[in-house]
Design a protein around this ligand. Structure first.
Ligand code: AMP
Ligand code: FE
Ligand code: FE
Ligand code: ZN
Length: 290
């Protein structure tokens, strides 16, 4: 069988911190010749309906999903962990509650952070909200603060703002309260979804990544897959994660973490998941692939 480009299972749109609409996502996926694409906005399923309609219109296979913000608690601090959830039942009660809670906390945190920033920079809560293209349906995050800072002429790009005042180590930063990783995975499995540890070998977000034992605990909660192929996983981490996947019978996936051209340099399809793996994800999921 001829090798195809596979599926990009990790993509963001205007329903969170991406800069493109679900229609633009499926159109670009088609232009690039991908086999299919997943919509995985942060902590929401709000973009699904639009994405499903767009995918049908364009004739592009689509997987509906979400990237959940979670954490592993440590005695001092926490490890921030992202979990990809695909093909879950969107009425899953625990999951709906977790999303609502995280989104509420994101709002509170954004208000505090923006108030901190507004003391020294020409931005306001209104100017940040102006950057949320889907209004209240948008999962708000630091990228929207970055866009407001760019609009105010403080920085040239999102990346500059993240390297500057939006940095985790900076004086304006406020963290978001999130569910634990294991709580999130249990809720995903309860809703019949397929769960993957996103960019589990990325040191861009934490000084430490999840240990083998900690990932094992996730597997015991039902974790299905490891996102091995992601630009933030180093070659060493990819080797390590691949070995763990083999040892514990986990699926290996890849995704670009696309946020649109001006959102992040990540290009759609730069990392992907092969068709047999997607077939297995589809088999495990609670809802059909579009
Ligand atoms: P938050 O979850 O609100 O703390 O913001 C984190 C989000 O910001 C991540 O999901 C990334 O998509 C985005 N992000 C992190 N670093 C950068 C960067 N250097 N440039 C653009 N977006 C970034
Ligand atoms: Fe993001
Ligand atoms: Fe992520
Ligand atoms: Zn992502």
């Amino acid at each position: 069988m001829e090798k195809t480009l596979g599926w990009d299972l990790h993509c963001h749109t205007v329903f969170s911190d991406g800069t493109r609409t679900p229609l633009q996502l499926v159109q670009e996926a088609r232009e690039r010749g991908l086999d299919g694409v997943a919509i995985t906005d942060h902590d929401t399923a709000a973009g699904w309906t639009e994405a499903v309609n767009a995918a049908r219109g364009v004739g592009m296979p689509l997987i509906c999903g979400t990237e959940m913000s979670t954490h592993w608690p440590l005695s001092a601090g926490k490890i921030s962990v992202h979990v990809l959830a695909w093909l879950y039942n969107p009425d899953g009660r625990q999951l709906v509650e977790l999303f609502a809670r995280t989104r509420q906390r994101r709002l509170e945190r954004a208000r505090t952070m923006v108030a901190n920033l507004a003391r020294d920079y020409p931005i306001s809560w209104e100017s940040v909200c102006d950057q949320a293209k889907e209004g209240g349906a948008t999962t708000i995050g630091r990228p929207h603060m970055a866009d407001a800072l760019v609009a105010a002429g403080v920085y040239r790009t999102r990346a500059d703002a993240f390297a500057g005042v939006l940095s985790k180590r900076g004086p304006y930063y406020v963290s978001v309260e999130t569910p634990t990783v294991t709580e999130a995975i249990r809720a995903i499995k309860d809703a019949g979804g397929v769960a993957a540890l996103a960019h589990g070998g990325s040191f861009a977000r934490n000084r430490v990544v999840l240990s083998d034992d900690q990932i094992r605990a996730c597997v015991d909660c039902g974790l299905d897959a490891l996102e091995v192929n992601h630009r933030e996983n180093s070659p060493e981490q990819r080797t390590r994660l691949t070995k763990l996947a083999q040892r514990w019978g986990l699926l290996v996936t890849g995704g670009s973490d696309w946020h649109g051209q001006d959102g992040k340099p990540n290009m759609l399809g730069e990392n992907s998941t092969d068709v047999p793996t997607v077939k297995e994800i589809a088999r495990r999921g609670a809802i059909p692939v579009v």
